[in-house]
Design a protein around this ligand. Structure first.
Ligand SMILES: Cc1cn([C@H]2C[C@H](O)[C@@H](COP(=O)(O)OP(=O)(O)O[C@H]3O[C@@H](C)C(=O)[C@@H](O)[C@H]3O)O2)c(=O)[nH]c1=O
Length: 182
């Protein structure tokens, strides 16, 4: 499977081979064996799907060890800005963020390893997002970082007055105070 590397260790971008004909298109959105052949040997156990309208920002979220999750993110309809922050203290990119536009049109998928906080902003009228996880949801180890943390200084591409954010996410801690056992 064609995984492209980023400057962040283990953070990969996947672009599927798309077959188009007069009916439409077909592609393998996930294939364990071909992922494994490309060095991505992950046992996904949970799929999550969410629909959101323009301006929604979800995140930044992660689960602490021993319930940390690898996420494999894609967009079924619309366009999002997907954002991650490296929380791995020994990493060369610790404390840095990485953003990528994922859309139903570009069909890109984003492999986010354990040790990253994850979030996204919806840039289209609506967007449906689906992501595979390799560990189950565990409420007790849920953690987060405030989306507008001044140290991270993430450009979510949404004007402040249009941002729609849950109460939970408006009360997340700053990066400097976040829970981190990575
Ligand atoms: C994440 C999750 C939530 N829930 C429940 C809890 C809550 O009542 C409801 C909505 O949860 P949230 O508000 O946390 O949903 P949301 O803000 O969409 O949370 C998600 O954000 C993105 C950015 C991620 O990376 C995910 O890991 C996840 O944290 O769904 C589950 O039952 N299972 C799950 O796996």
């Amino acid at each position: 499977m064609p995984f492209a590397k980023t400057d962040f260790e283990g953070l990969l971008i996947f672009e599927p081979k798309v077959f188009e004909d007069n009916r439409g298109y077909f592609f393998e959105s996930y294939n364990y064996n071909t992922c494994k052949a490309d060095g991505v040997d992950i046992n996904f156990v949970q799929d999550n799907q969410a629909s959101s309208e323009y301006g929604v920002i979800r995140g930044l979220h992660y689960q602490l060890e021993p319930h940390a999750q690898t996420k494999f993110v894609r967009v079924l309809s619309g366009t999002i800005l997907d954002v991650v922050v490296d929380l791995r203290k020994a990493s060369a990119t610790y404390g840095k963020s990485f953003s990528i536009e994922l859309s139903a049109e570009n069909k890109k998928q984003f492999l986010v390893p354990k040790g990253f906080a994850h979030g996204y902003a919806v840039l289209s009228k609506t967007a449906e997002v689906l992501y595979k996880c390799d560990a189950y949801y565990n409420k007790e180890t849920e953690a987060g970082i405030i989306y507008n943390d001044p140290h991270l200084n993430i450009d979510w591409k949404i004007p402040t007055d249009k941002a729609i954010i849950s109460d939970k996410d408006l009360n997340q801690p700053f990066f400097k105070d976040c829970k981190n056992n990575f």
